[in-house]
Ligand binder design. Structure first.
Ligand SMILES: NC(=O)c1ccc[n+]([C@@H]2O[C@H](COP(=O)([O-])OP(=O)(O)OC[C@H]3O[C@@H](n4cnc5c(N)ncnc54)[C@H](OP(=O)(O)O)[C@@H]3O)[C@@H](O)[C@H]2O)c1
Length: 337
């Protein structure tokens, strides 16, 4: 039997994505075969497609950082999961696929009442937002935060979780996305028309307690300038590197160098880097605890991921176009079956 899968044939633009048929895989003794319901499409997939993300296989391979699906076949040594049970997983790659075999230990069951597509949004974007807020920045009620790319997947998750944590929130975004930011409790800043450092000074006088920056490069210095004494810069991505036609890897190395220098400054402010994959490796229990907590919040309807579009797997190229052109508000989901 065959199934559909989207693969990256080589690193590059959207043209490297290809829909293929593959042979249905059999789970190993410690694995489970999952029939994928949906996978998230996020900016990180663009970095992976372009060859700017470390630790992933060489092409050809299927991208897809997070999945939700049903247990379709169980390996001989697996006893903690049932057929037809709905599960989520942080796959990093492989999600743009109708079927996928994964180690049973990587799967987390989801509550019966939650919407599968909303659940998949929690795995990458909401866990990232939650861990940056509560594990890394350790925010306290009343603190001020600045979120760059506030209308995107991670940005909207930060706004929603930040509101629940009683934070005062500012978010950079292009003008057309400001209503969304107001709606989520943030104060928008049009970074294309205004100097956000100056604007934060005007709005807050002494700056913010935490700034979340996934832009990288010299933008980190600007973000650092928005901090009050005791403030924390959380760097978690380098989207600016994509804009550099040449020496993109150098752009990422430069961002890390800047971050190391900012860390050395003896001015009472802090700078840190966050990576969901690294934190999951060093603290696997945190990932499970945090995702389980978020799934429970979703079941109690305390959070509601903003899904901009649900597209069929065959529309993966269009999905990447939407992300490439910043046309998304919230999160984008590919329906796989
Ligand atoms: N370290 C980790 O573990 C981790 C985990 C998840 C994601 N990430 C990173 O987080 C970043 C965001 O991911 P995402 O999936 O949320 O992306 P997304 O949904 O595509 O949202 C990003 C948004 O940022 C806005 N933007 C672009 N340039 C900007 C700038 N200079 N200043 C302010 N906003 C800007 C764009 O919207 P407008 O310009 O229209 O406002 C864009 O839509 C990516 O770099 C991703 O790699 C890191």
């Amino acid at each position: 039997m065959t199934y559909k899968q989207v693969i990256i044939t080589r690193h590059g633009g959207r043209e490297v994505l290809q829909l293929i048929d593959a042979e249905l895989p059999e789970p190993k003794p410690d694995e489970v075969r999952v029939k994928v319901i949906a996978t998230g499409v996020a900016f990180t997939d663009i970095l992976i497609r372009e060859g700017l993300y470390p630790g992933v296989p060489k092409p050809p391979f299927s991208p897809g950082y997070e999945i939700v699906g049903v247990v379709d076949k169980i390996g001989s040594q697996v006893s903690n999961l049932k057929l037809q049970q709905r599960v989520v997983a942080l796959t990093i790659v492989g999600g743009y696929s109708q079927y996928l075999c994964l180690p049973a230990t990587e799967l987390i069951p989801i509550p019966e009442t939650v919407d599968a597509e909303e659940a998949v949004c929690l795995v990458l974007q909401y866990v990232t937002a939650y861990q940056m807020l509560h594990r890394i920045a350790r925010v306290k009620p009343g603190e001020r935060i600045l979120i760059h790319g506030a209308a995107g997947g991670v940005g909207t998750a930060l706004l929603e979780l930040g509101k629940r944590a009683d934070l005062e929130m500012y978010g950079t975004a292009s003008q057309g996305k400001h209503e969304l930011i107001y709606g989520l409790g943030g104060i928008p800043i049009d970074y294309k028309r205004e100097d956000f450092v100056q604007k934060i000074r005007t709005l807050t006088h002494d700056g913010v307690d935490v700034v979340f920056d996934a832009i990288g490069s010299n933008h980190l210095i600007q973000s650092y300038k928005t901090l009050s004494r005791g403030g924390r810069l959380i760097s978690y991505g380098f989207s600016s590197a994509l804009k550099q036609k040449y020496a993109r890897i150098l752009g990422i190395a430069y961002s890390f160098l800047l971050l190391s220098l900012l860390k050395l400054l003896p001015d009472g402010r802090k700078a840190e880097f966050y990576s969901i994959a690294s934190l999951k490796q060093s603290h696997p229990q945190w990932f499970r605890e945090d995702l389980t907590k978020l799934l429970e919040m979703l079941a109690r309807q305390e959070i509601k991921p903003i899904i901009s579009d649900r597209l069929p797997l065959s529309e993966a190229v269009y999905a990447h176009e939407l992300i490439d052109t910043s046309a998304i508000k919230g999160q984008l989901v590919l329906m796989c079956n």
